[in-house]
Design a protein around this ligand. Structure first.
Ligand code: SAH
Length: 262
């Protein structure tokens, strides 16, 4: 019997052209694919016709497969001698639970290979011409999650602000008002440039640009849905989509957003 193996593969934010060549090569030889539904369309084309695809992500309001169940499936399929791809959007180790799955596979002594992918937090600001770091405007960049165990009232917003980093917030859509309020209460300027992008890199991409104070309102007005990525920092104003005049008006309650035309 062949020896099974699991590939933890990141496939980027959605546009199939953002897959790595290595991911494409490996996808073309695996027997079985466990996939989050968000990224399904970007890889189908590269699989063997015989490859079995199992969707474990959320879809149409259905609950996603339990993480423990996914872990068990990975181990069992590999033990059957199959080549298994565990495919995730973006990069598997950026808010993708890749670390948890890796630990289970290593404990079970399953051969595992990790193929990094282009994370949404890097790919999407870049597409919208927002440079995440800049010698004059941002000393670095922090990737944070809007909805994990670390986000609660105790979150150290002051410390985060003092780093002078661009903030890239994953899974922050439902908490955007709370996050903006907390940042402003902790000393961040109300007019700090901010943006949010839904379905980044896909045909349905939609982005809004607004000062931090109005970000939540702009997102609501444009009815952005998940998945949406949020970026906050002076660098956002370097994008040609940041319209200084409109946004100055926004501070007085007029036209509050600029939609990025693609
Ligand atoms: N591992 C993934 C992130 C998983 S968390 C990565 O590295 O990109 C899921 C969150 O990622 C979403 O809630 C959203 O904030 C962000 N995201 C992923 N793909 C996106 C896309 N195409 N457009 C906008 N946001 C995206």
């Amino acid at each position: 019997m062949n020896k099974g193996k699991v590939y933890l593969i990141g496939v980027g934010p959605g546009d199939p052209e953002l897959l790595t060549l290595k991911a494409v090569r490996i996808l073309a030889k695996v027997d079985i694919v466990l996939i989050d539904s968000l990224v399904e369309h970007s890889i189908r084309h590269f699989l063997r016709p015989q490859a079995q695809v199992i969707e474990v992500g959320k879809r149409g309001g259905q609950p996603s497969t339990d993480q423990a169940e996914i872990n068990q499936m990975l181990v069992e399929y590999a033990r059957q001698g199959l080549l298994v791809a565990r495919v995730k959007g973006g990069d598997p180790f950026i808010f993708g639970r890749g670390g948890e799955e890796l630990a289970v596979l290593n404990d079970a002594e399953i051969e595992t290979e990790v193929l990094g992918g282009l994370t949404a937090g890097i790919a999407l600001p870049g597409n919208l011409q927002v440079p995440l770091t800049h010698r004059d405007l941002a000393k670095g960049v922090s990737f944070i999650s809007g909805c994990n165990k670390t986000f609660d009232n105790d979150y150290q917003w002051h410390e985060l602000i003092s780093l002078n980093h661009t903030l890239v917030i994953y899974m922050g859509l439902n908490k955007v008002q709370d996050i903006a309020d907390a940042l402003i209460a902790s000393g961040m300027a109300r007019g700090t440039p901010a943006m949010a992008v839904q379905d980044g890199s896909l045909a349905t991409e939609k982005a809004v640009f607004a000062p931090l104070l109005h970000l939540a309102r702009a997102i609501k007005q444009e009815q952005l849905q998940s998945p949406t990525l949020i970026v906050i920092g002076e660098v956002v104003a370097l994008s040609p989509h940041w319209d200084e005049e409109n946004i100055a008006q926004a501070l007085y309650g007029a036209n509050i957003l600029v939609e990025a035309a693609r």
